[in-house]
Ligand binder design. Structure first.
Ligand SMILES: NC(=O)c1ccc[n+]([C@@H]2O[C@H](COP(=O)([O-])OP(=O)(O)OC[C@H]3O[C@@H](n4cnc5c(N)ncnc54)[C@H](O)[C@@H]3O)[C@@H](O)[C@H]2O)c1
Ligand SMILES: O=c1ccn([C@@H]2O[C@H](COP(=O)(O)OP(=O)(O)O[C@H]3O[C@H](CO)[C@@H](O)[C@H](O)[C@H]3O)[C@@H](O)[C@H]2O)c(=O)[nH]1
Length: 440
């Protein structure tokens, strides 16, 4: 099938590439000329395991192309995915300007029937706005061309995006006319050969499903983070509690890991946007409001532990920091807890010597030139000249460290672990002080 993907970011690039991989003819559009230039010159603008090889393979096969030409992109696909950003507006609601602009472009240039599929995360009612924007453009040029608008939210996780797209737990499609439903079934047929994964519903329910999923996952994390803080006060160990409750199949083990807060481009903004949608509908979401507050507080928990141990004035101290990305296997630093920690440390006069396997270039872009922050070449290099070590991302390569080498390198042998990566006995046996989240 001929598919156009509007927006070649995390979601657009992964979706376009995976759809090309099952044989579709995909054209990806972005207005960011740098992004498209990088892709057309054989590079890749984001780090996502497995993606680059897949992009090159499908490009070579002639099934995947990248363009900044809006008219050509609209002409190409009968199916037009909208996968542009929906960042938070000042009041927390989702800013729909990019979605509406993409819809307008489709309306402006379409010459035949299109299924416009909204893959961006958007509030309930957005499909109506997309429909209205397209209809207005068609009317302006007196063109009576039929089109359908479908909601198809994306559930991929960064760092596992290719796998999530190729082997989805479910594919939610909100569609209300027979032609669009048939085309969406055809498009997703290769992804559900052995299991029925398509969940068809009305458009509004599909739009809400996306927010409900992220809000539920964020709720589990904030719940566990608050319990971890409590466990610490009561002398219990949250890791044992986690195992104790996760073994109940009604609860399960996923998304119960306490830490220094959730980050990323989705949970923080989607929780806020859902709260906003609810308040516009005249309803409070008390649980979700607490989820957000708890997460904001949790991003300061490592700093609080550091201040408790070393005092409020950290001038003259250097903190080795392992992990900058908001989670492992990505270079994305949007809303990363590491950014809060770095800001807090610098504010108190400390310096930072940070290491991340892939996010250093992104950290340099966000943090700019600052002599107080040095980027190290390896985890061990980050310890050189450092007083103590803090950890904010659960990268695999941090999981089995040489505690004796860490002890020897640090001026103050103290470790602040924001991701509960270790059995506390191991660093302690090596003579280190060890602080984690809700651990004994
Ligand atoms: N990142 C994720 O893991 C993830 C997962 C599921 C859903 N989502 C949702 O998907 C959407 C996209 O997220 P993302 O992380 O891919 O964003 P992103 O910022 O990485 O990419 C969006 C891209 O859209 C481009 N763009 C904006 N307006 C455009 C237009 N009119 N025409 C063409 N291109 C345009 C931008 O230049 C940018 O490259 C958001 O709504 C997000 O909430 C994200
Ligand atoms: O038990 C856990 C699990 C995650 N996290 C943190 O939560 C954040 C988000 O992690 P994750 O959900 O793995 O990453 P995202 O790529 O942001 O994916 C979420 O957001 C996407 C965008 O909407 C959705 O598509 C995905 O289904 C949803 O998991 C990260 O900071 C993690 O460190 C925890 O603190 N504890």
């Amino acid at each position: 099938m001929k598919v156009t993907v509007v927006g070649t970011g995390y979601v657009g690039l992964v979706s376009g590439t995976c759809l090309a991989d099952v044989g579709n003819d995909v054209l990806c559009l972005d207005l960011d000329t740098d992004k498209i230039r990088i892709l057309n010159e054989g590079g890749i603008p984001i780090y996502e395991p497995g993606l680059e090889a897949m992009v090159r393979k499908n490009e070579a096969a002639g099934r995947l192309r990248f363009t900044t030409d809006i008219e050509a992109a609209v002409a190409h696909g009968q199916i037009q995915f909208i996968a542009v950003g929906t960042p938070p507006d000042e009041d927390g609601s989702a800013d729909l300007q990019y979605v509406v602009a993409a819809a307008r472009n489709i309306g402006r240039y379409m010459k035949d029937y299109k299924v416009v599929v909204d893959k961006s995360t958007v509030p309930v009612g957005t499909a109506d706005k997309v429909r209205a924007a397209i209809a207005e453009e068609l009317k302006a040029r007196s063109a009576g061309i039929p089109f359908s608008v479908v909601s198809n939210p994306e559930f991929l996780k960064e760092g596992a995006a290719v796998d999530d797209f190729m082997k989805p737990d479910r594919i939610v499609v909100g569609a209300e006319d027979a032609k669009a439903i048939e085309l969406m079934r055809q498009l997703y047929a290769p992804f559900q050969r052995n299991h029925e994964r398509l969940i068809m519903m009305d458009v509004k329910s599909a739009e809400l499903t996306k927010y409900a999923a992220n809000a539920m996952l964020a709720t589990r994390i904030s719940f566990m983070n608050e319990l971890a803080n409590l466990a610490e006060k009561l002398g219990a160990d949250i890791e044992l509690v986690r195992q104790g409750i996760g073994s109940d199949p009604r609860i399960g083990y996923h998304f119960l890991y306490p830490g220094c807060g959730y980050g990323g481009s989705c949970f923080p903004k989607d929780v806020q946007a859902l709260i906003r949608t609810a308040s516009e509908a005249g309803q409070g979401l008390k649980v979700l409001q607490a989820v957000e507050e708890a997460n904001e507080a949790q991003k300061h928990v490592l700093t609080q532990k550091i201040v408790k141990r070393f005092g409020t004035d950290l001038s003259g101290m250097t903190f080795a920091l392992w992990g900058l990305a908001f989670k492992p296997n990505t270079d994305d630093m949007r809303e990363a807890p590491s950014l809060v920690l770095i800001e807090e440390l610098l504010k108190r006069g400390a310096r930072v010597r940070a290491y991340d396997p892939v996010a250093i270039h992104e950290a340099k872009r966000i943090l700019g030139e600052d002599k107080r922050i040095v980027f190290a070449q390896s985890p061990i290099d980050a310890l050189v000249g450092a007083d103590t070590l803090a950890i904010s991302t659960e990268w695999k390569e941090f999981r089995s460290p040489d505690w004796d080498a860490i002890k020897a390198a640090l001026k103050h042998p103290v470790v602040f672990d924001g991701r509960n990566l270790y059995d506390p006995q191991h660093p302690r046996k090596a003579g280190l002080e060890y602080f984690a989240i809700g651990r004994k």
